[in-house]
Design a protein. Structure first.
Lengths: 507, 107
């Protein structure tokens, strides 16, 4: 530890930043991609074609299929297409939600959809690092606290926050890396703090179970029930009475008027007088995360039995914070804002990692052999955790289209490909000189990103809905290519840039 | 359209605040700004940010509006910082997006 408060904070920021920054970069990068998880899902399931049917039309196709193929089932579930995702799925049986059989919304016939890890892989990796769920949540939670420590210690050691608010001086080596790290951190500080803190609040009850343990003997369900989530009793006598299901159109229309787009419809005890229709909204009709909420209608009369429950202040606070993190509200404009902010956050962590090595390059060139070896380890990890991770993410999309469709356990193989690419990048980074390793891995990632539309066109029937994702991938690939190019040709760049700035200043 | 307006006002606000700093004004125009100009730029900057908040609130509603506003001004500020060393004049000319937006809104 060092003498003054600022010095100890600088020490903390440097070392915590390096050691935990590697995983934090992975968490932020995959979190950025998870903003568009459904869109990536769609790209990875090219068999599901886009269409312009309404939710009601799709729901009726699903209903017709279930009536024909699962007439006696106790529960039906229909997942509806929405603005983000064209898929229509049906499932039947005891308490089944999500998944099930994919249907063509035009014909109502089942379609074969490839098994894939999907964009939801990035989402799961973002909060579990692909560890067993609860372990992962604890590890990521600990890392989020380190992130908060990094942000606060960063504010303490940054002496000229307002004076250098807009300062970025490119082409000056270490100075430029520090400038970029500072600018991206300071200008987006509200976003960094919000996203890190709300990330912790999502799993509040897992990290801090004491209150629920004391008041509800650890039963989270009992806690939520006490917040006003009443359960409707099934009228047992009516179960035996056959009755026709009410027309879905008015039910769906009144739910849409109240909640906006619908994510799925659950029908319990269809064909009996006890039938209930549960209509669940997509997550983004308000900021507060509306997961698990639904309007319940009588399946025979169509009468509203239960509205979405009002949330009590404690739950509402937690749900609003979780909602701020999930970014499901506000439609595509908000989603893009979050995506770009998250990209800058990711770049902020990445430049911080690079800065650690740039700062020490000269010092370690003349240090002892063992010190040099440690420096090389840090450099290799930087390459693998920054460039290698981006390479692995792009690699997952390539694996999705290149692995044979009929492969057993296909989703697992995609994940294995992701980790294999990541591991190879670490190996490669250990063997090659750092500068070359950076250039080669960034370059390869750029090729994979820019080549994505070509791969898409060659391996599946073209779907116009994939255009935005492919264009975004090309733009990101362009940025990666520029970064790779700057790694191999930094020296010629310098004098030219200097002259240009002098010329501007001399005017 | 209003959402774009919120971003445009955020950009103009951050641009004016940036030019209100002597160092950056010099970087663009090669000379120091007059004291009254500095004050004017700063007040214009803060006012534009305030208008951006108001437009965000109208466009998104007052629950989501402030969230979008924070995102908008952060990214606008970052954009200004990135453009400044490379294309300082283009950075200033981009402010023309504001009257353009106004015209489009009126039409």
């Amino acid at each position: 530890m060092k003498n003054t408060f600022t010095q100890s904070m600088a020490w903390l920021h440097t070392w915590a930043g390096l050691i935990f920054g590697w995983l934090l970069f992975a968490i932020f990068a995959t979190g950025t991609l998870a903003v568009f998880d459904s869109e990536i899902d769609n790209w990875m399931r090219p068999e599901v074609r886009s269409h312009d049917l309404t939710q009601l039309q799709a729901a009726q196709r699903g209903l017709a299929y279930l009536t024909q193929h699962a007439p006696g089932a106790s529960n039906w579930n229909i997942s509806l297409p929405d603005a983000r995702s064209p898929g229509l799925q049906v499932a039947s049986g005891e308490r089944r939600r999500g998944g099930g059989t994919a249907l063509d919304p035009h014909t109502g016939e089942p379609i074969e959809v490839r098994e894939t890890a999907g964009g939801s892989f990035f989402f799961r990796f973002h909060f579990t690092l692909n560890l067993p769920r609860n372990w992962g949540i604890f590890v990521v939670g600990a890392l989020a606290i380190v992130m908060l420590v990094g942000l606060v210690s960063g504010i303490v050691i940054h002496k000229k926050i307002f004076k250098e608010f807009f300062t970025f001086r490119p082409g000056k080596g270490q100075r430029s890396w520090l400038d970029f790290h500072n600018a991206s951190a300071v200008l987006l500080l509200p976003f960094h703090l919000m996203i890190t803190y709300t990330g912790l609040v999502i799993f509040l009850l897992i990290y801090m179970p004491a209150a629920v343990d004391a008041l509800f003997e650890g039963d989270n369900q009992a806690y939520y029930k006490a917040q006003g989530e009443q359960r409707l009793l099934t009228p047992r006598a009516a179960l035996k009475q056959p009755a026709a299901l009410v027309d879905l159109a008015p039910v769906l229309a009144s739910a849409q008027e109240r909640l906006g787009a619908i994510s799925s419809i659950g029908i319990s005890n269809p064909g009996t007088a006890a039938a209930r229709i549960e209509v669940r909204p997509t997550l983004g009709y308000r900021i507060a995360l509306s997961k698990g909420q639904a309007m319940v209608f009588d399946g025979v009369s169509g009468e509203l039995l239960r509205d979405v429950p009002d949330m009590r202040p404690a739950v509402l606070t937690q749900r609003v914070m979780a909602g701020l993190h999930f970014a499901q509200f506000g439609g595509y404009p908000m989603r893009w804002l979050y995506f770009v902010c998250a990209l800058v956050s990711t770049a902020m962590i990445g430049t911080g990692l690079v800065l650690f090595c740039v700062k020490r390059r000269r010092k370690y060139a003349s240090a002892s052999v063992s010190a040099q070896r440690w420096y090389k380890v840090a450099e290799s990890f930087n390459v693998a955790f920054v460039a290698g991770l981006m390479l692995a993410c792009a690699g997952l999309l390539w694996a999705n289209r290149l692995l044979p469709v009929e492969l057993a356990q296909r989703a697992n193989w995609e994940v294995k490909a992701f980790f294999a690419v990541w591991l190879l990048s670490l190996l490669h980074a250990g063997l090659r000189p750092a500068q070359r390793a950076w250039a080669e891995q960034l370059g390869l990632a750029a090729v994979l990103c820019i080549g994505l539309p070509v791969l898409g066109a060659l391996t599946a029937q073209h779907d116009p809905a994939h255009r935005v994702l492919e264009a975004t991938s090309v733009v990101l690939g362009g940025l990666l290519a520029y970064a790779a190019w700057r790694c191999v040709a930094p020296r010629e760049e310098k004098p030219a840039r200097k002259r240009a700035t002098v010329a501007v200043e001399g005017q | 359209m209003l959402m774009i307006g919120a971003v445009v006002f955020a950009y103009v606000g951050m641009l004016a605040l940036c030019l209100g700093l002597e160092r950056h004004y010099k970087q663009v125009w090669g000379r120091a700004p007059a004291p009254w100009l500095r004050v004017a730029l700063r007040s214009a900057g803060w006012s534009a940010l305030a208008i951006s908040l108001w437009v965000s609130g109208v466009a998104w509603g007052w629950a989501m509006g402030p969230v979008a506003w924070f995102g908008g001004i952060s990214l606008a500020g970052f954009g200004v910082a990135m453009l400044l060393p490379y294309w300082p004049r283009a950075m200033v000319w981009l402010a023309a997006a504001l009257p353009l937006w106004g015209v489009l809104l009126a039409v």
